[in-house]
Design a protein around this ligand. Structure first.
Ligand code: F6R
Length: 605
């Protein structure tokens, strides 16, 4: 939520660089945008509500002068999205400008105090408190850096802050606590950002500051200090992402590009097999698994329950991160708590880790290198999906599933080597199955066009494929705003059947049976449940790998390769569901990359 960027260079104008960088972070929020630079010993400030391109058109953001600046995209928490509440915020004599991502929990009491001391607040945001506090400490005689240090000592909450001051024109300072911040080391200037894609065009050399480490940068040097002013020796890491990965690459939307990348993503995630095997060798005795995640990642975790319980006969819980604190008593030293998160920054999941980490073994499955979650757990599996820019998760969900399958397979390797070999060779075929079904994309377009105007969808699945039904419903809600529900096929008759009629579309996921599988073959039961909705008038779309799929009598069928049985189905069936949501969104003339009210990285609880 909210994205921040900062740049300091020698000769290069900051505003076009900042504008380009902030566009790469638009997935973090698109309520408003703003840039502040230091120009001729003055802060130049342009900001407004609206998406970046709209605001840029109106204000010509890239025409701002100066070689140092900060920029922000906002996902509103405190204060309506309007010009005044947009960042950057400046102090009363316009000498300092700050951008902030996070929430200052004690802002009201700080604000009261500042007002009593004569500070005038322009906005309704919690963030404005920061700029007045920095100003107050500078007025007391501290330098810019120390004023920032004293400010963060007073505030409670989460923050990533970037700040500039006309009295320190060769300095950009930044600090974080529980909100993402990464430093980029360029050849022609240095960067701060909420996420690496912001500056990938300029550099892939990064430093990940820890909480409450102060970043001080000029155009050719970066220093990181602790709150006592000691200089810290930080590791410079090279990220193996490139600029192209964060571009649309000829696709109309990031979401479509990311869906199309999935067959490659499977291979990339599989290339991390050895790392997973290595982690497994260090886990020791485990008698219980507890998955913790939110949203799409929760659906990955729920698939994990089916996989772990079937492959390993191990008791597995799945808990929403925001609900975790109510269940944490059941953890012990032989429990492995697995946190699943694309961004590695989700506040609810981070809070859950803090509870679990002293009570159980902890492992995280994360996409973003160096993100906060990766620093809090004992073991990390990186999903290697590359940057995901569209707000709705697609390729990262598949990479989570592959990682979860691999983890379970490696945990079971010693018990059953034949099963291990067989599963690995099956998963290696997933890219082929995905490529095959992508050839049939037109069928999905046809279905999307036909059903785009309906206002209620159900997604049904049993066993391994049930969490995919939940994911299909979530994708549709997120990017088309159509009401959709995912259900276990057998549950409908216990209530929801009452709302089924000819105005409801039911998408039935019906994978073929696996003769040797652990799964309790569900095809026939699923088809019976499908008949129940058909006979109540619902229009049914079946997605099936059953080889006689064409003979199922429904309104539309999307055929999956018949080798994709129940066990493998979560790794393949998600793709037509993602495409269905994408094309319905397109036919409804919506922007699938930027769904209303949402942001990709949810750093508030
Ligand atoms: C849905 C989506 C969200 C996220 C959720 C958790 O498409 O992207 O539901 O899955 O906010 O985010 P992460 O995985 O970053 O912890």
């Amino acid at each position: 939520m909210c994205g921040i960027v900062g740049y300091i260079g020698q000769n290069e104008k900051a505003s076009p660089i900042l504008l380009d960088a902030i566009k790469k972070l638009e997935y973090r929020g698109y309520d408003s945008v703003g840039i502040a630079t230091i120009n001729n010993e003055k802060i130049e400030l342009k900001k407004d509500s609206g998406k970046i391109n709209e605001v840029d058109k109106e204000l010509q953001l890239k025409d701002m002068e100066g070689c140092v600046g900060v920029a922000h995209v906002r996902w509103a928490t405190h204060g309506y999205p309007n010009k005044i509440n947009s960042h950057p915020h400046t102090n009363n004599n316009n000498k300092i400008a700050i951008v902030h991502n996070g929430i200052i929990e004690n802002h009201e009491e700080l604000k009261k105090e500042l007002i009593s001391e004569g500070y005038v607040f322009k906005s309704e945001t919690d963030s404005e408190t920061l700029v007045h506090l920095i100003d107050k400490f500078i007025n007391k005689g501290l330098n810019f850096q120390n004023a920032m240090i004293e400010t963060v000592k007073l505030i409670k909450g989460s923050y990533a802050i970037g700040a500039i001051s006309i009295n320190y024109p060769n300095e950009l300072i930044a600090i974080r606590n529980e909100s993402p911040l990464v430093v980029g080391l360029g050849d022609n200037g240095n960067f701060i950002a909420s996420d690496v894609p912001a500056f990938l065009k300029h550099t892939n050399k990064v430093i990940f500051p820890e909480d409450n480490e102060l970043v001080i940068m000029n155009s050719d040097n970066v220093t990181i200090k602790d709150l006592n002013g000691n200089i810290l020796d930080k590791k410079v890491e090279t990220i193996d992402w490139n600029e192209e990965m964060a571009q649309k690459g000829g696709y109309d939307h990031f979401m479509l590009k990311e869906i199309n990348e999935q067959s490659v993503v499977v291979s990339d995630t599989l290339s991390g097999k050895k790392d997973i095997e290595n982690i497994v060798s260090k886990l020791g005795n485990i008698n219980k698994i507890c998955f913790v995640a939110c949203g799409t990642s929760y659906h990955g975790a729920l698939t994990g329950k089916y996989v772990f319980e079937s492959f390993l006969n191990i008791s597995t819980d799945v808990i929403y991160s925001s609900e975790f604190k109510y269940f944490s008593n059941v953890l012990d030293e032989n429990t492995l708590t697995i946190f699943v998160s694309q961004s590695g920054e989700t506040a609810d999941t981070l809070s859950a880790i803090k509870i679990a980490k002293n009570r159980s073994k902890t492992l995280a499955i994360v996409n973003v290198l160096g993100s906060s979650i990766t620093r809090e757990v004992e073991h990390v599996i990186y999903t290697k999906a590359g940057p995901e820019i569209a707000v709705a998760a697609t390729k990262t969900y598949l990479s989570q599933l592959i990682s979860i399958y691999l983890l379970a397979i490696y945990l079971s390797k010693n018990r059953n080597n034949e099963f291990y070999e067989n599963m690995i060779s099956q998963i290696e075929k997933v890219p082929t199955y995905i490529n095959e079904l992508m050839l049939n994309e037109d069928k999905i377009k046809e279905i999307a066009r036909k059903y785009k105007s309906y206002s209620a969808f159900f997604f049904l699945g049993r066993g391994f494929i049930y969490p995919t039904a939940l994911e299909g419903a979530l994708k549709l809600k997120e990017i088309t705003y159509i009401h959709a529900e995912g259900y276990p096929s057998g549950e409908l008759k216990h209530g929801p059947l009452a709302i089924i009629d000819e105005n409801v579309i039911v998408v039935v996921l019906a994978p073929s049976e696996n003769p040797e599988s652990f799964s309790i073959n569900s095809y026939k039961d699923t088809i019976n449940n499908m008949e129940e909705v058909k006979s109540r008038g619902a229009q049914v779309i079946a997605i099936t790998s059953y080889e006689n799929g064409e003979r199922i009598n429904v309104n539309d069928i999307f055929q999956i390769d018949n080798q994709v049985d129940e066990l493998l189905s979560p790794l393949v069936y998600l793709v037509p569901l993602q495409l269905l949501s994408y094309y319905i969104s397109i036919y409804k003339d919506l922007d699938p990359d930027k769904p209303r009210n949402l942001a990709k990285c949810v750093t508030v609880k």
